[in-house]
Design a binder for this molecule. Structure first.
Ligand SMILES: [Zn+2]
Length: 473
């Protein structure tokens, strides 16, 4: 009996593994196809289409349609999409506006004066009049993206929007442009039906003809009249624009990540850079890398020193592994950092697929120290003393002897306004300075940034400890 159970559980395990593999494989296939499509679309300020909208209902014979001339103006402004319609009825013009911002939608119907908030649910199909909006919604809901099928001319992908509504797109294999989006739709009369938007006659990757069908009956058909000013595609997921660099001393810099309440140090050497801390995540890491490339003449980042494993200090490690930086850390972090460095990030933002997975480590043993860049004016001594920090089991302090600067990650804070009484974490900094007889004029921290002094002094540190440790020497 036991044997059978074992066989069954082994089988279930394998089914589970292969199911997981399938999910990845399917998603990555869809994602790589989407990447090609994405590149083809740019944001146009305004596109004006004219054509006809068709209504059906209480007319002379079943399924009779009456057509009305209509002008559509499709405007994209930052993350806002505005759909203006002007309908001509009995020689008179009527206007309707729909405004989409994020997951909200406002609307006034023809003849109504006020624009009111409406549910996105049921209205989101109009948002897809522009194929670039389709691409953007898929990017925002990547985890729902999947590959469906392929034939000689087209392939199709499926995705859900944030409301959980399901859509399918058909992409022309030749042009790599979306030719159709489809959604299931219930109709009171016809029952289970679908609605679709057909994009045709692309020129400069703009569809010149758009047709909206409900249940295979044309609801609207319009043709492009004019294109507004073109601009390059807005990077919707753009990360912080708010990184700044300040010089501490020759060859030693502080980089402030203002949006992330975080800071790192950088030393510049003859033909490379070293950074101290890799905060937050890969998106921020890549942003830091491009910032450094720009400000330091593309010098390679050869070393990445990490005080400890917390995300606000090491969350971006794989960005730096990917550019071949050697990682200076402690041995307890290696397995975890290996795991992070192998991770693929496509489900959010612009995505990140590292080309290099294996980090080169320089391990600082427990309670040991190591000097780097001895001949440089910005040499640094790394001390391990996690046991005393009351923060993490392993912790690296970075001491710049020539500048008399000690970098301590998040072990101590120096608020601008007043002295904050601190305990064991801050005491460990004091203990290190005393036990190693370090000459320290400035103590720099990695976190936080806001409302903090540029640096603290030994006196600041001592003052923050006196309440808890009145006998401090
Ligand atoms: Zn921490």
């Amino acid at each position: 009996m036991k044997k059978y159970l074992l066989i069954i559980s082994a089988f279930m395990y394998m089914v589970n593994i292969s199911a997981q593999k399938l999910i990845y494989q399917n998603y990555y296939k869809a994602d790589s196809l989407l990447k090609v499509v994405t590149k083809n679309y740019i944001v146009n300020d305004q596109l004006i289409y004219s054509g006809f909208t068709y209504s059906m209902g209480h007319y002379s014979f079943p399924e009779q349609q009456i057509s009305y001339p209509i002008i559509y103006s499709l405007s994209s402004l930052n993350k806002k999409f505005i759909l203006d319609k002007e309908l001509i009825y009995n020689g008179k013009a009527y206007n309707s506006t729909m405004v989409f911002i994020g997951d909200s939608c406002s609307y006034n119907d023809f003849g109504e004066k006020e624009i009111k908030k409406v549910s996105l649910n049921g209205n989101e199909f109009s948002y897809f009049y522009l194929p670039i909006n389709v691409v953007n919604i898929i990017k925002e809901n990547r985890s729902s993206l999947h590959f469906i099928n392929v034939d000689d001319e087209y392939y199709s992908l499926g995705f859900n929007n944030l409301l959980g509504n399901k859509f399918y797109i058909t992409v022309d294999k030749n042009t790599q442009l979306i030719s159709k989006i489809t959604q299931l739709k219930y109709d009171d009369l016809y029952g289970d039906t679908y609605q679709e938007i057909l994009y045709a006659n692309y020129k400069n990757n703009i569809p010149y003809d758009i047709t909206v069908n409900h249940n295979q009956i044309v609801k609207a058909a319009f043709h492009l009249d004019s294109v507004g000013v073109k601009k390059p595609s807005i990077k919707v997921d753009s990360i912080s624009n708010d990184i700044s660099k300040e010089t501490i001393s020759k060859g030693l810099f502080i980089i402030k990540l203002n949006d992330y309440n975080n800071k790192i140090l950088v030393t510049e050497h003859e033909d490379f850079l070293a950074i101290y801390e890799a905060p937050i995540n890969v998106a921020v890491g890549n942003e830091i890398i491009s910032f450094l490339q720009k400000h330091f003449n593309n010098k390679p980042i050869k070393y990445c020193f990490l005080s400890h494993h917390h995300p606000d200090h090491a969350g971006a490690i794989s960005s730096f592994v990917n550019v071949n930086a050697k990682v200076v850390t402690t041995k307890g972090n290696v397995n975890y950092f290996d795991k992070l460095s192998k991770s693929i990030h496509t489900l959010k933002g612009e995505g990140f697929h590292p080309s290099k997975y294996n980090a080169n480590y320089i391990i600082i043993d427990s309670l040991s120290e190591k000097t780097f860049f001895k001949k440089s004016s910005t040499s640094v001594i790394v001390y391990e003393s996690g046991a005393t920090t009351d923060h993490t089991n392993e912790f690296l302090y970075f001491y710049f002897p020539k500048q008399k600067i000690l970098f301590v990650g998040d072990l101590v804070i120096f608020p601008k306004e007043k002295i904050r009484d601190q305990k064991k974490r801050a005491l460990s900094v004091y203990t290190l300075i005393k036990s190693k007889k370090l000459k320290v004029e400035k103590i720099y921290t990695g976190w936080p940034l806001k409302d903090q002094k540029e640096f603290g002094t030994i006196t600041d540190l001592k003052n923050s400890l006196l309440k808890s440790y009145p006998d401090l020497k």
